[in-house]
Ligand binder design. Sequence first.
Ligand SMILES: *Cc1c(COP(=O)(O)O)cnc(C)c1O
Length: 387
Amino acid sequence: MSAKLDMERRAPAHRDSPLEQAAIDETLDLVREDLRAFAGYRSARSERVDGSIWLNANESAWASAADADDTLRRYPAPQPDALRARLATLYGVADEQVLIGRGSDEAIDLLVRAFCRAERDAVTISPPVFGMYAVCARLQAARIVELPAQETDDGWRADLDAVRDAALAHGAKLVFVCSPGNPTGELVPLADIESLATGLRGRAIVVVDEAYIEFANAPSATTALSRHANLVVLRTLSKLHALAGARIGCALAHPAIIDVLRRCQAPYPVPAPSAALALAALRSEALLQVAERVANVVRERERVADGLRAFGGVRRVYPSAGNYLLARFDDAEDAYGALLAAGIVVRDMRATAGLEDALRITIGTSQENDAMLAALNASASVAGSQA
Ligand SMILES: *Cc1c(COP(=O)(O)O)cnc(C)c1O
């Protein structure tokens, strides 16, 4: 077991130092006023009663032909207890601090809907960054305030002082911080995230998207939840845990915020087969394998970065704390085309402002990475011989 996964098994962080009620109340005041007393949908499953003959939810009395074990005939628990407890242990928080959703994408959507009034409230983002924050804001007609990340000699840096000032000036309710940054690879120091949360106390929620944090050698922002009522951390089983197709992700926050998000969520957001798969994927043997994969990705990330830097057509490879590398090319179109011709699909970033010459390359198996580097080098030598 890696030190990282071990560390996350410690006692729930919020028990160390309970937050002041005032800080929690200030945060709840940020919820859309029209939703504060909103109870959401009351499903048959939300009444916790005991019985042996269930005639309350209009489910079929017979199993589907596709469901030989009769495990899917009933609506699932809205937040399956066993999975919630397992995720809470994995992430080092209390069960009530976990909201399970259909990927962390759903958590982003719920946050925007719960906190942003259409056409009035704003969110801040630091592009280039994951596109879903802006998509969810658009759908809710929330304003989007962009504070571009800066390029430095050490890689990308989100400008969190500018983010704080803009959030205060524009009445942003949500401040999205992606760490490690997709696609920049930047790891935002936890101390900076905490300063931001302190600076925005009672004014905005800081949402730290940690879809790739396990690939970074750094503590999760979950370790700061005990100190900040206005902090929400997003985690997912989609990347490291290899379950993108199962759609399981979570929001981790103070139980009062989790409760607000839950009331805005669909009645049965966690499909039973996905919950079962997620539980199986989090057994200790599986986690041992996952820890080995982290080591593998980190090793390959360095090797691929070196390989790209050695390739003449690459202008810059950014340091990355995720399972991908962002690189600038002399001719990104050519490189993208050469890879595609070899059957290798990477992420074309050229439509993103400031990344017109960039590709984002996911770290694959060492064979896949070798094939990718070989295809680039082959294209360069063809281009060289034609010149
Ligand atoms: C992949 C990704 C997600 C989406 O995760 P799901 O849990 O699959 O919805 C969230 N944030 C970032 C930055 C990502 O790259």
